[in-house]
Design a binder for this molecule. Structure first.
Ligand code: ADP
Ligand code: MG
Ligand code: ZN
Length: 649
């Protein structure tokens, strides 16, 4: 994978302009707080001191009441020797205060005198002071660190500001990481660096996308638009502005979009719809603006919006409406209309829920093309395996066709994952090449989870599981049109199964007939039937089978028109085609009860058939189950051998 390069240049210019006002704002707040604190603390300290006149000071010194003085640049602070003196001074001060009334008494807080009460007086130019202090045995000193204006300034202004800056830094960093990379409240919406990635060259080509030929075909036209726009302009054709890639997750939509950019050799702007919508209204819209502005500078280029349904959800049929999303969507629509397609910006978007998209997005002139990206078929899967296997060293005996057959319904992402799992397994087992067994095991890991060897079943449980699985296998093998058995195992797996039977179709099927569906349901129910036949008991191990069988039977009745009772009446409609959504029942409630009865009847018939099949072949069931108990895993080939031996014997 190419590392995504964040677009540095698009961001660099804006960055300083964006950050400075915030720091400045923060510092101004800091300054105000510092000012308030300075004044407050200054006053508070002043409160603790009582100012006296210089004359009183001299008088106190002469009367021997002063213990010590501290001579500072502009004032002299003094403490007295004992309570008697203090009271005396307090008395004098009170008298003074009374005498001078409110006309600016120099006295503050006389009630607060305590042991540490400090008095002070302004410092006069008094040459005789030193001698007088010595004569009266007053301890006096000047502070060594003189409070000069510069240190004063630093300690009361610069230092607090530095602390505020530190706080700002820490808060912003926390905030940023929590907000997913945004610069916090003050710059929400302006920041764009993390909201899309830009790759100058994706390095992905159509060769990296296996299968998906139809999608590639429609997209290669887009590549051509970007390559040689004149060709289209001269004939008067208007180049489409956007295409919507529609398909289930993991089918390669993102990969295809990158491949278009790679083929056209143009920059690729990638962003995810869900990242666009924030909790603040207006943010998404401003991001859309930013993105298009940046893209316009770099045209021709491709903008890819992943998961566009996050913004593009239909604006009606909403319970609470979402202002933010609507604004973002409107902005997107406006931008799409705004740029002339001759500019060479192509917008690709991906979704797996095309049904919920706003109609406005889909009208001609916006996402007017729809490219369907389906789950790969057999040939597609084989090709995808081959593409991904190029990156690992393979043993000569590897057969992709077999793996592709076993992985019906798997997406490109699943297959890529399987190849990697296989390579990991090969390394784990000390091999330098991936062999077929690794791949098959990887398929099973993806389908059923890893083997769970430490889960010990008690012998009775184990027996039951073995019979259950052989029941499935026999029902598959003995019915006409049943799927061949590939493997039976009773090694528990992490995803909850205690054992399983793996069927492998001989070919890819696109249709299933009614009798094939019934065969399948019978095979699913045969696990439970085997428990019943052998032990006259039932276990909880059949729950998945029952669920699956019920789903099939229900679809037969409600969707496929295969029941005698309802005929070809559609009773359910499918919700979202590309995700495994629920089906919605469309008929009346009374019909619903009838449907349930019909489904139950089908299941009952199939179960009866499975029971009968296993009763008739009870010896085979036992024989194979014993073999499975002993070996824990038997291959489809071995299974057929035992089965056919019995038949011919
Ligand atoms: P989507 O966007 O449709 O959910 P991605 O494009 O993200 O799927 O596909 C995920 C991964 O699956 C890709 O990185 C790629 O490795 C693999 N993949 C999917 N489809 C294909 C394909 N057709 N050919 C090759 N690799 C594929
Ligand atoms: Mg994707
Ligand atoms: Zn089962």
């Amino acid at each position: 994978m190419e590392p995504n390069q964040n677009d540095k240049s698009g961001d660099g210019s804006g960055k300083s302009g964006r950050n400075n006002p915030n720091i400045a704002g923060f510092l101004i707040i800091g300054l105000v707080i510092t000012f308030v604190l300075n004044t407050f603390i200054g006053n508070w300290v002043a409160d603790r001191k009582v100012q006296i006149e210089y004359g009183q000071f001299i008088q106190l010194v002469e009367s021997g009441s002063v213990r010590q003085v501290q001579i500072e640049t502009d004032q002299i602070a003094l403490t007295l020797k004992n309570d008697a003196d203090r009271n005396r001074v307090a008395g004098i001060l009170r008298l003074d205060a009374a005498a001078r009334d409110a006309g600016g008494p120099l006295v503050l807080n006389q009630g607060r005198q305590s042991d540490h009460q400090v008095y002070y007086t302004g410092r006069l130019d008094d040459p005789g002071l030193t001698e007088r202090l010595i004569a009266n045995e007053v301890a006096f000193y000047k502070p060594i660190i003189r409070s000069n204006p510069i240190t004063n300034f630093v300690s009361s202004w610069i230092f607090p500001l530095l602390i505020f800056y530190g706080l700002y830094y820490i808060i912003m960093r926390n905030f940023t990481s929590r907000m997913g990379g945004l610069g916090g409240m003050m710059q929400v919406g302006k920041s764009k660096a993390k909201h899309y990635d830009m790759e100058k060259n994706t390095g992905v080509t159509f060769n990296d996308v296996a299968g998906q030929d139809e999608a590639k075909e429609s997209l290669s036209e887009m590549v051509d638009f970007l390559h040689s726009p004149e060709k289209y302009r001269t004939i008067g054709a208007i180049q489409p502005k956007g295409a919507l890639l529609v398909g289930p997750p993991g089918t390669g939509k993102t990969l295809l979009a990158k491949a278009v950019a790679g083929e056209a050799k143009v920059p690729f702007f990638f962003l995810s719809g869900s990242e666009f919508v924030e909790m603040y209204v207006g943010v998404g819209a401003s991001r859309v603006r930013d993105l298009f502005a940046e893209a316009a500078k770099r045209a021709p280029c491709i903008i890819f919006i992943d998961e566009i349904d996050a913004i593009g959800k239909s604006r009606d049929n909403q319970l609470g409406s979402n202002d933010e999303r609507e604004q973002t969507l409107n902005q997107l629509l406006a931008e799409m209309d705004g740029f002339a397609s001759s500019k060479g910006i192509l917008i690709l978007a991906a979704t797996n829920r095309p049904d919920v998209l706003d109609k406005a997005l889909l009208r001609p002139g916006r996402f007017d093309r729809r490219v369907i990206v389906e789950k790969p078929d057999l040939v597609g899967r084989e090709a995808i395996l081959a593409v991904h296997a190029k990156k690992v060293s393979l043993d000569a005996g590897v057969d992709f066709r077999e793996i592709a057959l076993a992985t019906s319904g798997a997406t490109g992402a699943d297959l890529a994952n399987m190849v990697n799992e296989a390579a990991l397994r090969a390394v784990r087992l000390g091999r330098t090449r991936v062999i077929q067994e690794d791949l098959i095991e990887a398929v099973e890991v993806v389908i059923a989870g890893k083997e769970k060897k430490d889960r010990i079943l008690n012998p009775r449980e184990k027996r039951m599981v073995a019979f259950h699985e052989v029941g499935h296998a026999l029902a598959s093998a003995l019915q006409k049109g049943g799927q061949p058995v590939h493997k039976i195992t009773i090694v528990p797996r992490t995803m909850g199964s205690l054992g399983y039977t793996m069927n492998m179709p001989e070919e890819e099927r696109y249709l299933m007939t009614r009798s094939e569906l019934l065969t399948r349901i019978t095979a699913l129910l045969a696990g439970r039937a085997a428990e019943d036949v052998e032990f006259g008991e039932m276990s909880t191990g059949a729950s998945n089978d029952i669920e699956e069988a019920t789903k099939l039977a229900r679809s037969m009745v409600t969707q496929y028109g295969m029941s005698d009772k309802f005929g070809m009446m559609s009773l359910e409609s499918r919700q979202n085609q590309y995700l495994d959504g629920r089906n919605v029942f469309t008929a009346s409630e009374a019909t619903g009860a009838d449907v349930d009865r019909e489904v139950s009847r089908i299941l009952g018939e199939c179960y009866a058939k499975a029971l009968e099949l296993l009763r008739v072949n009870r010896e085979k069931l036992r024989e194979i189950a014993e073999c499975l108990l002993e070996k824990e895993t038997i291959s489809g080939v071995r299974f057929m051998e035992i089965l056919q031996d019995r038949k011919t014997a």
